[in-house]
Design a binder for this molecule. Structure first.
Ligand SMILES: Cc1cc2nc3c(=O)[nH]c(=O)nc-3n(C[C@H](O)[C@H](O)[C@H](O)COP(=O)(O)OP(=O)(O)OC[C@H]3O[C@@H](n4cnc5c(N)ncnc54)[C@H](O)[C@@H]3O)c2cc1C
Length: 410
């Protein structure tokens, strides 16, 4: 079947790969000039399969006044009367109950497990050092005694997580001995890792072109999707029309305009984050580290260290540089030996496509042949492989069913 994948970020490229692997004829369209030009480009690089707590939770609800007042250094929700934001906000509030939190956590845990499995499949398919993961395991640090006690409870009986005391954390990642703030312990996940997301997308692009004859159309802005006769779908861009039998929308932060034209709406809202890429030094961590207190992640990319964090909504675009500097200041304060803070720093900022529930939307739409794979929020890279596997299975089943029906009709 001829399938167009719209968007060449981690979600689009992974989707294209899993579809091509199933034998479909795949084209990828993106307005950027290469893969990973959007939210995927320089994200935190963590493949965080074991720690997937949704943001919407009773605890986030308690902290909401601080987020709205701008007094939490890591999360700032600007006040805005934009209809999309208000709609998102109302839905977010309804997702913050314990019941919804647990339901969303369950859905994310299942997707993370599928992603971990699928990522191993992709790695063994490609067997290339280019996508060898760099960070080995991950520790989520507990900066209060209460957080540590909670971690002991949540990790009990789980094979993928071990709760470590402070000495055990340092035994796993010796450079944590120079962490400047209080640590009570941490959750260690051996299957979590790090990998540069741009390198991941580039490697999959090469495999798609070389092994599966897939086509990439860059520099084309998608404007509309039209259904034609004989199960044909036309993708209209500013430079060309592309015809296909099925289409998967993987447009990150931007699917809403297109979905509106198809009479659909999803409450995806862009929330800004920031990253820094610095040179690694002898004392840089090998293990990925998540600092829950400051909402900062550290990942080892070989000769570089990626630091990412913060979650902002509706901030003044002119304030992005200052937020990047603030991230640098906090990261340096908490972990001065993590990277070469006196050397060059590459700053980057982009938006996470956030659903209020934290659960991405993956599957068929009411229009035959049109699928979505969107709304992956803060963990889109982690969820990419599993989301791609899921949509490829859905399309595979639909394709099989339509052929069975055609044969019966003949
Ligand atoms: C600071 C930061 C740190 C993060 N850290 C992590 C992390 O450590 N681990 C993790 O799992 N996740 C992380 N994330 C989240 C993750 O990066 C995102 O969820 C993920 O990149 C979303 O991927 P995507 O493919 O949906 O979107 P994108 O990468 O944005 O891809 C969408 C593509 O669609 C294209 N596009 C949009 N509109 C059009 C149009 N009309 N026509 C043509 N093309 C179009 C864009 O050019 C873009 O290339 C982080 C995000 C940020 C911002």
């Amino acid at each position: 079947m001829k399938i167009c994948v719209l968007g060449a970020g981690v979600i689009g490229v992974s989707t294209a790969y899993m579809l091509a692997r199933q034998g479909h004829d795949v084209s990828v369209i993106d307005k950027g000039m290469d893969v990973a030009s959007g939210a995927s480009h320089a994200n935190g690089a963590q493949l965080s399969y074991s720690y997937v707590d949704p943001f919407a939770s009773p605890s986030a609800l308690r902290k909401l006044p601080a987020y709205l007042a701008g007094i939490d250094p890591a999360i700032k929700f600007g006040v805005s009367l934009k209809a999309d934001y208000l709609k998102w906000g109302v839905s977010f509030l309804s997702e913050c109950t314990s019941k919804r939190y647990l339901k969303n956590l369950q859905a994310r845990t299942a997707l993370a497990a599928l992603s971990c499995e699928t990522m191993s499949l992709i790695e063994s398919d490609l067997a290339t050092a280019a996508i060898a993961r760099t960070g080995v395991g991950k520790i989520v640090l507990a900066s209060t005694a209460a957080e540590y006690e909670q971690m002991k409870k949540t990790s009990a009986g789980r094979a993928d997580q071990t709760c470590l005391n402070i000495d055990e954390c340092i035994a796993v990642e010796p450079s944590l001995s120079s962490w400047s703030k209080a640590i009570y312990g941490g959750l260690f996940a051996k299957d979590d890792s790090a990998l540069d997301p741009t390198v991941y997308c580039q490697t999959l692009k090469t495999a798609l072109v070389d092994n599966f004859d897939a086509t990439f159309h860059f520099g084309q802005t998608i404007q509309d999707i039209q259904t034609a006769s004989h199960n044909q779908i036309i993708i209209k861009t500013d430079r060309a029309d592309h015809s296909c039998e099925a289409v998967v929308i993987c447009l990150g932060n931007d699917p809403r305009k297109l979905l509106k034209k198809l009479d659909m709406s999803l409450p995806i809202y862009p929330m800004q984050g920031y990253s820094l890429t610095l040179n690694a030094i002898g004392t840089s961590p090998k293990t990925s580290i998540t600092d829950l207190q400051n909402k900062i992640v550290f990942a080892n990319l070989g000769d570089k260290i990626r630091i990412a964090g913060f979650l902002d909504a509706n901030q003044n675009p002119n304030g992005a540089k200052a937020r990047g500097q603030q991230l640098l200041k906090i990261a340096r304060e908490v972990w001065p030996n993590a990277a070469d803070f006196d050397g060059p720093v590459q700053h980057w900022t982009h938006f996470r496509p956030m659903m209020p529930s934290g659960v991405p939307v993956i599957g068929a739409t009411k229009i035959p042949g049109v699928y979505v794979n969107v709304g992956h929020g803060s963990l889109g890279y982690t969820f990419a492989a599993g989301s791609a596997m899921k949509i490829a299975k859905d399309i595979g089943h639909a394709f099989k069913n339509s052929h069975t029906q055609m044969r019966r009709a003949q």
